[in-house]
Design a protein around this ligand. Sequence first.
Ligand SMILES: Cc1ncc(COP(=O)(O)O)c(C=O)c1O
Length: 373
Amino acid sequence: MADTLRLNPNVAELPPYNAGMNIAVARSKSGLSEIAALASNENPYGCSPNVSAALAELNPSRYADPACVILRDALSKKLDVSGDRIVVGNGSEEMIAAVCRAVLRPFSTVATITPGFGLHEIEPRANGAKVVKIPMTKDLRFDLEAIAIALRKKPSIFFTSSPSNPVGTALDQDQLSRLITAVPKETLLVFDEAYFEFCDEQTPDGLKALADSAISYVVLRTFSKAYGLAGLRVGYAVASDERLAQAISSAKTPFNVNAAAQLAAVAALNDETWMSVSVASVIAERNRIAGKIASLGLFIPESQTNFLFIDVGCDSSIAFDHFLSHGVIVKPWKEPAFASFIRVTVGLPVENDRFLEALRLLKAKLAEAKVAS
Ligand SMILES: Cc1ncc(COP(=O)(O)O)c(C=O)c1O
């Protein structure tokens, strides 16, 4: 690249997205063939058999429907929301980018939560916005008071995931009502429910809670987690009104959701039973391993997702290397105040047992090092 070429500093200076290590890379780095990939919150049980049947009908030579009409109709029926308010993305991550592009101008302000999902910071910054991060409380709960104070400054967007990625905790009914009341009319609330299907029954459904409000909002959901379609890339945004949905749609690329992803998502929606059964198995495993981790004396916030956020008591990159040497990929958290945390996805029972054994060994190693020092 010639020195004279000027890059967009908003993009050139972005922090890298902290993606989970790929399985093939983990094999080559660890020299192990058996790898438990527990870093990206995928569904360990795969996806509905309906999906393979639908993919057999795929015609790769035709462009996909740019408006995703059949999928949006299916979502509209499922969610009881007009299809004109739904925009489908190449993963919900594309919808995060499109929302930013639709709403932000250089020097806009965006508020979000820390610890939080990387793209809630990266995409606003790529669009020239300044990002204000609101810390959770010491015991890793949403700090509604601090959120309300930040919202008084009327940021252009307030991003939060609920349940939180990486913490796993979700806003309860009262907290969500307080949040909705605190959102000014100048602010767009982006309520990211990527893990909605894993929530307890008492946890509010963001779409329903927001339906009666007068604020501008976008609810994000995805087929990557509970429905097991992470590799195909399909997620969606439900906007508070058609004008907002239209702006988000204009901000995406025209043929953003490929034909395989559209077929697969419709097929997955037609088999909610498969999804619910796999989610129930993941939750049972999550509760089993959370109990074992807590019994090791480690801090672990309550999770309503398919992952756990654990303070392992050492630098997360050291912990990452330790787990990799035992054939387990975890996500080392990188935000400075949380650099002793890892996030681990709930896998198959045998994978979770391998993780638990490696965690026990890490704890023993740290205790030994402490005695020696
Ligand atoms: C909170 C949250 N939002 C959005 C996404 C993006 O998911 P996808 O692009 O696979 O739909 C993720 C993925 O990990 C996530 O955790």
